[in-house]
Design a protein around this ligand. Structure first.
Ligand SMILES: C[S@@+](CC[C@H](N)C(=O)[O-])C[C@H]1O[C@@H](n2cnc3c(N)ncnc32)[C@H](O)[C@@H]1O
Length: 364
């Protein structure tokens, strides 16, 4: 896989095309339309209902950009039609005759950032965005003027939020396609000058010795059958924390004095006791960092649970041929193997220079 540095500047001309595109969408009311739904929710059903109340070009744009409908290019306002070649070059849209249609993605808007990404779905996306993305961005703390590193950047949401707040951000994403989308998203938000994007593996593409005031990483956290599954960028090992573990291992060398890091994790527990508690405590002690683990959503791991179903569909998507009953039994056994009785979606906050581990479980 070709890794390398990508400046956040799209081809000459493309950047101004994308800023005019975003400005036109705002002028026509698309940002207002999206802001009408609770929080930063991504809900295609609500968008479709909302679209029924619209008419004219805004209704067409909701169809094209949010609902994945094809649209005649000659019916689009000029700044939107002008962006079609750039969207096609970046793998975001396809032209078919006189029509254009987005490929898998929608144009989302969260925390004031325009983002081409895939709305949450049970299928594994190329350009990830989920409720965990929003919740991590809500928790991450950024000081003005700070240097920020976004590992596992996907189409760029965390890094773009950070660049908007801090001034500069460095993004690293393994999938070249997603890194390309991050570059386009930076341009659309007028952040190209404040963002650099690397296509590569975690810390590997970064210049030696460079440290950051804040590191943010919404790591993949679904457990995978590492022995049977083909090499897969989404894999995060048998306990779902392989990528998180590698992020933690590299942090001491990359976090500036007094810096902070924010990560997501899916942590398994046995009747309330986190299976990884000792490992996390040892890491915090060795790394001379304080670690705050905030537990959120509860996820059962029994045979009928959504986690077992999601893990199964993840595996079937990549390997396709497994017998569903055998797979179901294997996945259920995998979760029970270490005595897990459930899992919690967790957010880790790391404070360089502090010490100890705290576990917060504030939700009832
Ligand atoms: C859960 S998504 C997060 C996307 C985005 N940061 C967000 O918060 O919405 C995880 C991303 O990590 C990427 N990834 C997986 N392994 C990686 C690695 N070793 N180095 C860099 N990125 C990786 C995946 O391709 C995916 O885009």
């Amino acid at each position: 896989m070709p890794f390398g540095h990508i400046s956040a500047h799209p081809a000459p001309g493309a950047e101004s095309t994308m800023t005019r595109f975003a400005a036109e969408l705002e002028r026509l009311g698309l940002a207002e339309f999206l802001a009408s739904f609770p929080g930063d929710s991504v809900d295609c059903h609500q968008w479709a209902c909302g679209a029924e109340t619209l008419d004219g070009v805004l209704r067409d744009l909701v169809g094209l950009l949010l609902l994945g409908r094809p649209m005649r290019i000659d019916r689009l306002p000029d700044p939107v039609a002008d962006a079609v070649p750039t969207l096609a070059d970046h793998g975001i849209a396809v032209r078919q005759g006189a029509e254009v249609q987005l490929v898998d993605v929608s144009l989302l808007r969260a925390q004031g950032i325009w983002l081409f990404a895939e709305p949450p779905s049970p299928f594994t996306p190329r350009h990830y965005f989920g409720t965990d993305s929003i919740n991590l961005a809500r928790r991450a703390v950024y000081r003005p003027g700070a240097r920020v590193l976004d590992l596992c950047a996907g189409p760029g949401f965390q890094g773009l939020v950070a660049a908007q707040r801090c001034g500069r951000a460095t993004l690293v994403e393994l999938l070249p396609d997603a890194a390309t989308a991050a570059r386009l998203n930076a341009a659309m938000n007028r952040l190209s000058d404040r963002v650099e994007v690397f296509a590569g593996d975690l810390y590997e593409p970064l210049p030696d010795q460079t440290t950051y005031d804040h590191v943010v990483a919404n790591v993949p956290f679904l457990p995978t059958f590492s022995t049977r599954e083909p090499a897969d960028v989404r894999a995060s090992g048998a306990d779902g924390f392989d990528i998180g573990r590698r992020v933690l291992a590299g942090l001491p060398g990359r976090l500036a004095p007094g810096g902070t890091a924010h990560l997501t994790a899916l942590l398994f527990h046995s009747d309330g006791k986190l299976l990884m508690e000792e490992e996390l405590r040892d890491w915090a002690c060795t790394a001379e960092c304080g670690l705050t683990v905030t537990l959120t959503d509860r996820m059962p791991v029994d045979a009928d649970s959504a986690l077992v179903q999601t893990t199964m569909s993840h595996f079937q998507e990549s390997a396709g041929h497994a017998d569903p009953d055998t797979l179901h039994a294997e996945v259920t056994e995998m979760y029970a193997r270490d005595g897990a009785t459930g899992a919690r979606l967790a957010f880790l906050r790391i404070d360089q220079g502090a010490s100890g581990i705290r576990i917060l479980d504030p939700a009832p």
